[in-house]
Design a protein around this ligand. Structure first.
Ligand code: ATP
Ligand code: MG
Length: 299
């Protein structure tokens, strides 16, 4: 941890991140065409707090997650974790810094290597940090599996022997092995059945409350974000178009996409308020309605 870091400093600072991809060249001469995916994204997350990100498909959420995880370099801007500039690190420094931030991916079917036993999968972040003592690794993995509601005997199984919800618990156990300060979760429950979604979200909330872990939760589901996060931001075409607490954005959404999301929530979408928001969204030529959202508020 940086000496300059104090508890009141931001855990994560995303400073003026812009990103573009080069497109295939269509003409022989001239610069290759580019597509701007992220445009001057700025926000910060305080220790122990969580931030939700919503945005329509293609708005750049996963690209931003990869940049925060230092899996991709931004075209411009900086990501600071615990005061340290991730993009300025040497590969071996980054490897060590990865203990502080881990990721949980959307698809629990493809994010676990089907050829590895759960023991190897869960201990992988510690292997990456150079831990080799088999007995200690197994003991840590046993405890972590129990922590996420699985059995220690599950360590000897393979991913295909688990349900989607159990696999996502395994992915969370893997992320927890290094005791991270931040977990970036890119649509961690969208591939799961609604009741299982609620269980996984409850587990994340419990981890946040017990260990002070911050989550950066990317989701299409405002109810999930309301469950876990103190703040949220709305992305549209690579830009942050709205920021605030989930309650504020629920009750006073200003951007058409946020209004459309709120309208799609059944428990909030009753009566005159729903009608008013739909009319507002129509008037302001809202982008197409977001994909159907599932709610977990009832759980
Ligand atoms: N490696 C790449 N090369 C070129 N374009 C890319 C690449 N990765 C992503 N994009 C483009 O960047 C844009 C943002 O993609 P991204 O996956 O970040 O969106 P998203 O908000 O996560 O969408 P979804 O909600 O569907 O997951 C899309 O237009 C996508 O086609
Ligand atoms: Mg995505």
């Amino acid at each position: 941890m940086s000496a300059a870091f104090t508890a009141r400093s931001a855990l994560l600072e995303v400073q003026h991140i812009s990103h573009h991809y080069k497109l295939p060249r269509q003409r022989l001469f001239g610069p290759p065409p580019q597509t701007q995916v992220l445009d001057d994204i700025c926000f910060s997350v305080l220790p122990g707090q969580s931030l939700g990100i919503v945005g329509e498909s293609g708005s750049g959420k996963s690209t931003l997650a990869r940049i925060i995880m230092a899996l991709e370099r931004p075209s411009s801007g900086r990501v600071r974790l615990l005061g340290r500039d991730l993009n300025a690190m040497e590969p071996h420094q980054l490897q060590l810094a990865r203990a502080d931030f881990q990721m949980v991916f959307q698809d629990p079917y493809s994010s676990l290597d089907p050829r590895q036993r759960i023991e190897r999968i869960v201990t992988e972040p510690l292997h990456a940090l150079g831990h080799r003592d088999r007995a200690t690794l197994r003991e840590k993995a046993e405890k972590m599996l129990q922590r996420v509601g699985l059995h220690s005997r599950d360590l000897d199984k393979y991913p295909h022997e688990f349900s989607g919800g159990q696999r996502q618990r395994i992915a969370i156990a893997r992320a927890l092995m290094t005791h991270p300060r931040l977990i970036v979760a890119d649509e961690p429950v969208s591939a799961l059945d609604v009741t299982i979604q609620a269980q996984v979200l409850d587990l994340m909330l419990e981890l946040k409350t017990t260990y002070g872990i911050s989550f950066l939760l990317i989701s299409h589901d405002m109810a999930a974000i309301h469950h876990l996060c103190e703040d949220m931001l709305v992305m549209h075409q690579g830009k942050v178009v709205e920021k605030g607490s989930p309650s504020k954005l629920f009750h006073e959404p200003t951007h058409p996409y946020t209004q459309a999301l709120v309208c799609a929530l059944p428990q909030l979408g009753q009566g005159r308020r729903r009608l008013r928001l739909q009319q507002q969204a129509k008037r302001s030529q809202a982008s197409p309605l977001p994909p159907p959202v599932t709610t977990t508020n009832d759980a």
